[in-house]
Design a protein around this ligand. Structure first.
Ligand SMILES: Nc1ncnc2c1ncn2[C@@H]1O[C@H](COP(=O)(O)OP(=O)(O)OP(=O)(O)O)[C@@H](O)[C@H]1O
Length: 244
């Protein structure tokens, strides 16, 4: 796997993103830039627009207006090919654990001998070496999510989007995922992750974005957003208050 310094990390920018439905606004993000050195955590109450934003950034949803720029270029096929996304419910192929990784590596044109070594390294990275031949569909929730992340990392993305990857996992499984996320980040992958877990944000985030009502109400260094938030919405969210 490549080893990039924080300075070479690919930047991501959303400009004038808008999505409306039935006369209302689902997403309204004038400008949002992710160009810092470590993981970005997106927080906010249910329905705040976190998943919509992530899907726009990954090109899964076309906004009504605005654009996403990656490393200065508009999001097109070449940029999307440099991104990967992992969802709350891992989507795995009906194959063995190793087969799921092999599928991705083969599609990337990697020859068989190299694939074997790469699969072994990835499985070791995710603590799944002893599960290589097991059906991916029979993995526990935590193991399945680790495999989903390994499969995403097998594509060597510049940017990895994670949409609440640990919301269904116990604390130990959550920490295992967090270690993988931090390792990927240290290797130069830009991490953009949605979470409801404020403790997780404190453990992982270099910067944090707080969303409410389709808008980013605050974005900055995690230490500021999580410890001394400027917006009332962030203060109430962090205090466990009801935000409507
Ligand atoms: N395809 C769609 N058509 C209409 N409304 C949508 C669509 N997708 C999302 N929405 C609405 O947009 C709003 C934001 O949804 P989104 O899933 O982004 O929220 P979220 O912040 O990720 O919430 P949660 O924390 O519950 O996952 C919600 O009110 C949702 O109902």
């Amino acid at each position: 796997m490549r080893d990039l310094s924080a300075e070479t990390r690919i930047g991501l920018e959303a400009l004038g993103l808008r999505i409306g439905r039935n006369g209302g606004t689902l997403l309204d993000v004038p400008r949002l830039v992710f160009d810092g050195p470590g993981p970005t955590l997106i927080l906010g109450p249910n329905g705040a627009g976190k998943s919509l934003l992530l899907r726009c950034l990954h090109g899964l949803i076309k906004p009504d207006a605005g654009q996403v720029r990656q490393d200065g270029a508009p999001l097109g096929p070449a940029q999307k090919a440099r991104q990967a996304m992992v969802f709350q419910q891992p989507v795995l192929l009906r194959r063995s654990v190793a087969g799921n990784l092999d599928f991705v590596l083969r599609r990337r044109g990697m020859v068989r001998a190299t694939r074997k070594d790469r699969i072994a390294a990835l499985l070791a990275e995710g603590g799944l070496s002893d599960k290589a031949r097991q059906s991916a569909r029979s993995l526990s929730g935590g193991e399945a999510q680790r495999l989903a992340i390994l499969r995403a990392l097998a594509t060597e993305p510049d940017i990895l989007f994670l949409d609440e990857p640990t919301s269904a996992l116990d604390p130990a499984a959550t920490l295992a995922i967090e270690r993988m996320v931090l390792r990927a980040s240290a290797q130069g992958v830009r991490i953009v992750m949605v979470s409801h877990d404020i403790g997780q944000a404190r453990r992982l985030a270099a910067d944090a974005a707080m969303m409410q009502g389709g808008r980013v109400v605050e974005h900055g260094p995690a230490s500021e957003v999580l410890e001394t938030p400027k917006s009332e919405a962030a203060r109430r969210y962090l205090a466990g208050g009801l935000i409507l």
